[in-house]
Design a protein around this ligand. Structure first.
Ligand code: SF4
Ligand code: SF4
Length: 396
């Protein structure tokens, strides 16, 4: 296994174990199977294990597995505060204590504010006293490193990144999302500050493997590389020295072995210009099914009415390249959940954005079309209910 360093010089395995997708047996995690997979990864040198309060049964399962095998001191646990459930200072302690108990440990190596989508969420936590709480936990050693996981746009990511002396951050990033969410600009900004970056969704929830269109797979084959779609995705990430750990939700021994082998044999600059050109063709092929030719360059923002133009177009396109439900889910999870509403319906038609779009897109017209597709009435109601629940604490 190859390792990259965190801020304090600790070595983190380039492949991390994402503990969200263990196989289920009935309603619970199949713990014996999960144990085999975790121990296979551990023996291969994987030392970073990522879970969260809301991953059903996951913290308790990994806590049991680490204890059973006596490996707690040889691995790093990353878990996450369910910040959307936190309405007051006491809740910080309540969730953290419960997590230590589930994990059967007295400390968390990397504690992340879960699923921030804009700086307002971080501001809300500061209002309930999270800064003093973190300082005390770091002093006592109960939390070794503090970070956040992120799902909003690049601007929001940079604001949060620059607001605090973070030890680590986690972003969604893969060759298809190079210019969406935190994106390559976010990755580079974090690395420039010496903050390790953990990558989630390297395979875009499986879309860049099993559900990859045949045309895209054909292009990969033409490259002459004998790499699987998963290998292409991982190698594209490892190729970038700014990437510290790539998480994979591994739920078979074969998957663990393949991912370990890829991590073992990938170095920065392991992709040639020719390889990158093939991946560009793959991207273009996937994009050929898109509805709006938006490249995510962000020249059109900020919109004076706060519309997240590239975010909306990305999700609209995803409806046609990944499936309607997926596109709408991505929309609900990102644009739909920002503290400051960023919906297309806020557009007043001023036309400022269109003057800056290098693609010459009729943004106003396309926003209307995207909004109709992304937010049919039941989704609109669902998103409103979710917003009322997720954001209610910050209004108190
Ligand atoms: S036309 Fe609409 S989306 Fe474009 S800048 Fe004006 S308000 Fe924003
Ligand atoms: S300027 Fe045009 S291409 Fe660039 S993000 Fe905005 S809409 Fe997309």
């Amino acid at each position: 296994m190859q390792y990259r360093k965190d801020k304090n010089g600790n070595e983190l395995s380039m492949l991390g174990f994402g503990c969200m997708r263990f196989t289920k047996k009935g309603n619970s995690i199949d713990i014996d199977k999960a144990e085999q997979e975790i121990m296979e990864a551990f023996r291969a040198g994987v030392n970073y294990y990522d879970t969260a309060y809301i991953y059903s049964g996951s913290e308790a399962a990994v806590g049991e597995i680490f204890e059973r095998n006596g490996i707690r001191d040889q691995i790093k646990i990353a878990t996450k505060l369910p910040q959307y459930l936190v309405g007051n200072n006491a809740a910080l302690e309540k969730y953290f204590k419960e997590q230590l108990s589930r994990l059967r440990t007295d400390h968390v190596d990397y504690y992340l504010m879960h699923h921030l989508t804009d700086i307002a969420m971080w501001e809300k936590l500061k209002k309930v006293g999270v800064l003093d709480w973190i300082a005390e936990k770091k002093r006592s050693g109960a939390i070794r490193n503090i970070g956040f996981s992120y799902h909003g746009n690049t601007d929001g990511f940079l604001k949060i990144l620059n607001d605090y002396d973070w030890d680590i951050c986690q972003i969604q990033y893969n060759y298809f999302d190079e210019y969406s969410q935190a994106g390559v600009d976010g990755l580079k900004a974090a690395a420039a500050r010496g903050i390790p970056v953990v990558i989630m969704e390297p395979l875009r929830g499986g879309k860049l493997v099993g559900m990859l269109p045949d045309g895209a797979k054909k292009i990969m084959k033409e490259s002459g590389r004998n790499w699987t779609p998963a290998e292409w995705s991982f190698r594209w990430l490892y190729n970038q020295p700014e990437v510290t750990v790539v998480l994979s939700g591994m739920n078979s021994l074969d998957m663990v072995r393949e991912n370990v082998e890829t991590a073992d044999s990938s170095l920065p600059s392991c992709l040639t210009e020719k390889d990158l050109a093939f991946l560009e063709r793959v991207r273009e092929w996937i994009r050929s099914g898109e509805k709006v030719g938006c490249t995510g360059c962000r020249y059109c923002v900020p919109c004076p009415r706060g519309v997240d133009i590239p975010g909306i177009f990305r999700c609209y396109n995803a409806m046609y390249t990944e499936g309607k439900t997926d596109g709408r889910f991505q929309f609900a999870q990102t644009v739909g959940m920002t503290r400051q509403p960023a919906f297309a319906s806020q557009c007043v038609g001023c036309g400022k954005c269109e003057k800056h779009c290098p693609q010459g897109l009729p943004i106003r017209e396309k926003l209307k079309e995207a909004d109709r597709a992304l937010r049919p009435l039941p989704y609109k109601i669902g998103i409103n209910v979710a917003r009322a629940f997720m954001l209610r604490k910050s209004r108190r």
